[in-house]
Design a protein around this ligand. Structure first.
Ligand code: 13P
Ligand code: SF4
Length: 314
């Protein structure tokens, strides 16, 4: 499956969208950041495409005063927390993340009261308000390292993703207190999907995201963040790859590896929220300088502590 479209030729209704976006981007000294699951044409117009950790680092380090964030809401919030003085635009405010909506600040406070002294490790797929109630954040790229950095005698509450939590528990041997959140997109992939595709493509490399249920992770060759998946595929000499994650990932993989074939493990592993952004909406956000992420100074300060601790661990 290959979905690569050259960005320079995207004309709609006689308007060269890419040229217009680039023009406004230069005028506002803006940078466009996009997650690996964005639709192809959005990835292609972006200045940087990456996983959650890389996007956070980019947002924190960039000198551009305006960030157009193409991903889901919690990712853009993270950019705002790390760069509060910058304008963070989102092409569509409706691009949420159902997993992040599964946990609230009240629930974090309830868990803390239930487990006094426990360290709260929160996956970045959470609102800034939830991060502000947490001790340290993690992403799929560094979750194992973050938990390992916590002294062994301390209890750890890991939220909201039960499957990433289970993956970290297996890798670290720590007995984590897990929450019941999950990604409604990744739970669609089943171990039976992997077995079926392996039978058809016995030499294929199988990659999966740690948000997948444990049986999927256990029968995959590589379980990693989206950008590490991309690096593993580039480093591998296998010509076929079974992809156990959101379908948007195949665009980047196909662009970087034109000699390889990518087989989705599950054809319905599609995150509708990631797909609401479009070139038109990027253009409108730059024309109107809106919609913009706005957070209270209290939430920014609280979430910043938990994110800074994560970035310090590296
Ligand atoms: P990554 O940080 O691995 O890119 O994952 C983000 C995400 O939302 C996966 O569903
Ligand atoms: Fe959220 Fe899952 Fe979509 Fe990632 S793929 S943004 S976790 S719903």
């Amino acid at each position: 499956m290959s979905a690569f479209i050259a960005p320079s030729s995207l004309r709609r209704d006689g308007l060269d969208l890419v040229a217009r976006i680039n023009d406004l981007k230069n005028r506002h000294n803006a940078i466009i950041l996009a997650h690996n699951y964005q639709i192809g044409e959005v990835q292609d117009v972006a200045d940087f495409v990456g996983d959650s950790l890389e996007l956070s680092r980019h947002a924190a380090a960039t000198s551009h005063p305006v960030i157009v964030f193409c991903g889901v809401h919690f990712m853009a919030e993270t950019a705002k927390v790390l760069s509060p003085e910058k304008t963070v635009l989102v092409p569509d405010l409706a691009a949420g993340c159902p997993m992040s909506d599964m946990i609230t600040p009240e629930e974090v406070r309830r868990l803390r009261a239930e487990h006094p002294g426990a360290v709260v490790v929160t996956y970045v797929n959470s609102s800034a308000a939830v991060k502000a109630e947490s001790d340290i954040c993690c992403t799929s790229a560094n979750a194992v390292r973050i938990v390992e950095s916590i002294p062994a005698h301390l209890k750890v509450i890991f939220l909201p993703d039960q499957y990433l939590g289970e993956f970290v528990r297996r890798k670290t041997g720590r007995s984590l207190i897990l929450y019941s959140g999950f990604c409604p997109t990744h739970v669609r992939i089943m171990a039976a999907d992997i077995f079926r595709e392996r039978k058809k493509h016995p030499d294929a490399l199988v990659i999966a995201h740690p948000e997948c249920p444990a049986p999927v992770a256990e029968c995959s060759d590589v379980v990693a963040s989206t950008s590490r998946m991309a690096r593993e595929v580039q480093a591998s000499d296998r010509k076929e790859v079974i992809v156990g994650t959101e379908l948007g990932m195949i665009h980047r993989l196909s662009r970087e590896n034109p000699d390889k074939t990518f087989i989705p493990a599950c054809a319905s592993c599609d995150c509708a929220n990631m797909k609401v952004n479009s070139l038109e909406k990027i253009l409108w956000s730059l024309e109107d300088m809106s919609p913009e992420i706005r957070l209270s100074p209290e939430v920014i300060a609280g979430a910043r502590k938990a994110l800074d601790r994560m970035l310090e661990v590296g």
